[in-house]
Design a protein around this ligand. Structure first.
Ligand SMILES: [Zn+2]
Length: 168
């Protein structure tokens, strides 16, 4: 059975990513820094006893524990992904406004696509303007705008689902 992710679990999984400098025990930046004039330099690990043992003294037992935590976090990530990919979200069925612009009424709200000030297309839903992953508020083509609406619709639907269909 897939359990809902809590904020603590998400923070823990995040802390276990290999490329990040978060202590897996206290979830803080483990280092103390000193200003050496041209920037800050790490001088010591000071976050917590377990962090000091792991990072400063490279404790073998703790390293093993972290390795197992990391494997559990990976399994957790995979389970979350499976849970959401098991759910099929229907395509938005687009209609048209009287101005000939795409509009769709869905269970999460009405999606409207209108010309943006920069010549592209912007997508409105629930008084919000959807953003491109890069922060822009318009999409170059109508198809891109519709795809953005579909992605938003999917994430809103999935956010209301706790368990993946795989366990049902
Ligand atoms: Zn720590």
């Amino acid at each position: 059975m897939t359990k809902p992710a809590t904020d603590e679990m998400v923070a823990l999984v995040e802390s276990l990513r290999a490329d990040n400098d978060t202590c897996p025990f206290c979830l803080r930046d483990p280092y103390e820094y000193v200003d050496i004039g041209v920037g800050y330099q790490r001088v010591a690990v000071t976050c917590c006893d377990a962090g000091i043992a792991l990072i400063q003294y490279e404790d073998k037992v703790l390293a093993k524990v972290v390795e197992r935590m990391r494997a559990a976090a990976d399994a957790f990530d995979a389970a979350e992904q499976r849970a959401s990919s098991d759910v099929k979200v229907k395509d938005i069925v687009w209609g048209e406004t009287s101005y000939g612009r795409p509009e769709a009424e869905t269970v999460v709200g009405v999606y409207r696509i209108v010309e943006a000030w920069d010549g592209g297309w912007s997508v409105n839903v629930r008084n919000e303007v959807l953003r491109h992953p890069d922060g822009r508020k318009s999409f170059a083509t109508l198809d891109e705008a519709k795809a953005a609406a579909q992605a938003d619709y999917r994430s809103r639907i999935l956010s209301a689902i706790q368990n993946g269909g795989g366990d049902a």
